[in-house]
Write a protein that binds this ligand. Structure first.
Ligand code: HEC
Length: 219
């Protein structure tokens, strides 16, 4: 019996259903995402990254930071991201709207960086950490990135030039961040998804009165 028509129909059905499931449904769900105006601040989220931070995203990419760091906070109750303080809400597709490429990451040898911009705002801390992570985090296994800095031996009594890292970085030397290091830190400081969104509000934290009402009576 000739079953060619049946085979063609089967192939067509398989192709059409996967086209629908993989392209049409996601497009309908998130294809028209746009920036949202945050009423409290009047600003738009996600914000366009300033040029230096945009350049820093490329330094982040070039140095393979994504190999050890994710930028995605899981929802409360799914893992320990909330307990670790990695974010006040789960991340959603809109958070990555202006990123190209999106540097989600899959491996967490280091902490999640989706909100490092609100967790650590000190630029000098970041620079020292990049130069030698063990200066700021004893025992850290993060690689060092000395080539993002220029190092010069200081003559006896000579002072380090402006913009150099604190003297404990490398005693006897001045360590000055290169533009790549400054851009990378600008990028890290721009990583902040702490805007409450309608589709991803901050989870409710029980206040004393609600916690007391929910807790079983001591008697
Ligand atoms: C081989 C894995 C690895 C790579 C690659 C790596 N890191 Fe890390 N990173 C870690 C580990 C482990 C920690 C935790 C210890 C520490 O704070 O130093 C960390 C911590 C951090 C922190 C502090 C996070 C916090 O919550 O305080 C920042 C910021 C950071 N890394 C940025 C970067 C950047 C930027 C790059 C790329 C230039 C990078 N890391 C590459 C492993 C890595």
């Amino acid at each position: 019996m000739n079953q060619a028509a049946l085979i063609v129909l089967g192939v067509f059905a398989a192709t059409a259903s996967s086209f629908y499931g993989i392209l049409v449904v996601p497009q309908a769900q998130i294809g028209r995402l746009d920036q949202t105006k945050i009423e409290e601040t009047g600003s738009y989220y996600p914000a366009v990254r300033p040029g230096e931070a945009q350049a820093g995203a490329e330094v982040y990419r070039a140095n393979g930071c994504v190999e050890c760091h994710t930028q995605q906070v899981k929802m409360k109750g799914n893992g320990t991201d909330f307990e670790r303080g990695w974010g006040r809400r789960r991340t959603i597709a809109q958070d990555y709207l202006l990123d190209n490429p999106v540097q989600l990451g899959t491996v967490r040898l280091g902490p999640d960086l989706a909100n490092i911009g609100s967790r650590q705002t000190n630029a000098v801390y970041h620079l020292q950490h990049l130069y030698n992570a063990r200066l700021t985090m004893p025992g850290s296994t993060m690689p060092q990135y000395p080539y993002l800095f220029t190092k010069r031996a200081l003559a006896a009594g000579e002072k380090a030039s402006e913009g150099a890292l604190p003297s404990n970085t490398e005693p006897g030397f001045e360590v000055v961040p290169r533009p790549e290091a400054l851009a990378l830190v600008a990028y890290l400081r721009s990583l902040n998804s702490e805007a409450p969104l309608y589709s991803a509000p901050f989870p409710l934290v029980p206040t004393n009165s609600t916690a007391a009402a929910a807790a079983p009576s001591a008697k």
